[in-house]
Ligand binder design. Structure first.
Ligand code: ACK
Length: 291
């Protein structure tokens, strides 16, 4: 080596690990329509992954055409990516990164083999009670993890969960916010059937409003994907929940589980509700599952 040459260190500008190139993502088949564009199945080929003996990873890719989006929607897309970046849990959908160098933007995440939980429940109405119990506990684990990172999900519902290989994954973080309290814009469209009483009356979101929605999710799971309060219109739900109406669980559900959701997820006073760790503890003891 010629030591008289000046030493020039050319250091590439460090890219964040979640910044992906479009070339590293191969789009394969359409899975459905997302909020901002198609959601497709695909493969993620990371540079150097061959050397490391790694294979391409099967992924789901949410696409978004900036040209078709409002400023607020672009913000929501990027906010969802930012919230998902640090998440790593068996019951929360894994985030691989965003490719933002070209249109459409890609948000790359873990592929859940069975798609959304609500469609899986509707398509498979003959699951055993143990399977439903397992799903309920898995969802509780995922939400408990989010709360441990001070994230309020704000849109817990079966349509926003995915089902992988016998594993529920909490997904759709578009409405998620750092906790502990978030005030809703009363003009926005909101999923009334999943909302806690204080969200209906005071437009407020807390960890305890996620706990209420978790109770609704548990009801959806045990009811095989039926929409909550099937006998009511949205306006009726809004009115009936305020005056104390609560749903009944199907008779197959263990009465103690139904009672716990009723009294510890759907009680009017949020302070009387369980926290997610308390719910996980109860369900784990009850179903006799470890982990
Ligand atoms: O019920 P599905 O088949 O599951 O239809 C919807 C569609 O894309 C639009 O959201 C599916 N989908 C979304 N994200 C994923 C994912 N990470 N893995 C598998 N399917 C997904 C969803």
């Amino acid at each position: 080596p010629n030591c008289t040459e000046p030493l020039i260190l050319i250091r590439p500008i460090m890219r964040q690990s979640w910044e992906l190139d479009h070339e590293s993502v191969v789009i394969q088949k359409k899975l459905g329509e997302g909020a901002f564009g198609e959601v497709c199945m695909g493969e993620l080929r990371l540079k150097g992954s061959n050397k490391a003996g790694g294979k391409p990873v099967k992924v789901a890719v949410k696409q978004a055409k900036i040209g078709n989006m409002t400023k607020e929607q672009i913000k929501e897309f990027m906010r969802e990516a930012r919230i998902m970046r640090p998440l790593s849990h068996p019951h929360v959908v894994k985030f691989y990164g965003v490719a933002a160098g070209e249109e459409p933007l890609y948000m790359v995440m873990e592929l859940a083999s069975n798609g959304s939980l609500d469609s899986y429940l509707k398509k498979n109405p003959d699951l055993s009670l143990e399977r439903y119990n397992e799903m309920v506990l898995q969802a509780a684990w995922g939400i408990e993890y989010l709360h441990s990172l001070s994230i309020i999900h704000r849109d817990i519902a079966a349509r926003n969960c995915l089902y992988g290989d016998r594993a529920v994954k909490i997904s759709d973080f578009g409405l998620s916010r750092p906790g502990p309290i978030y005030n809703m814009d009363p003009k926005k469209n909101v999923p009334i059937r999943w909302l806690a009483i204080e969200t209906l009356t005071q437009f407020v979101y807390t960890y305890k409003t996620d706990v209420w929605s978790f109770g609704i999710l548990a009801w959806e799971i045990y009811s095989k994907g039926v929409e909550p309060y099937p006998e009511f219109s949205v306006a009726q739900v809004n009115q009936q929940v305020r005056v104390g109406y609560r749903m009944e669980f199907p008779p197959t559900v263990n009465p103690e589980v139904a009672k716990t959701v009723l009294e510890r997820c759907w009680c009017e006073d949020p302070n009387m509700r369980f926290t997610m760790p308390e719910l996980v503890q109860f369900l784990k003891n009850f179903f006799g599952m470890r982990n």
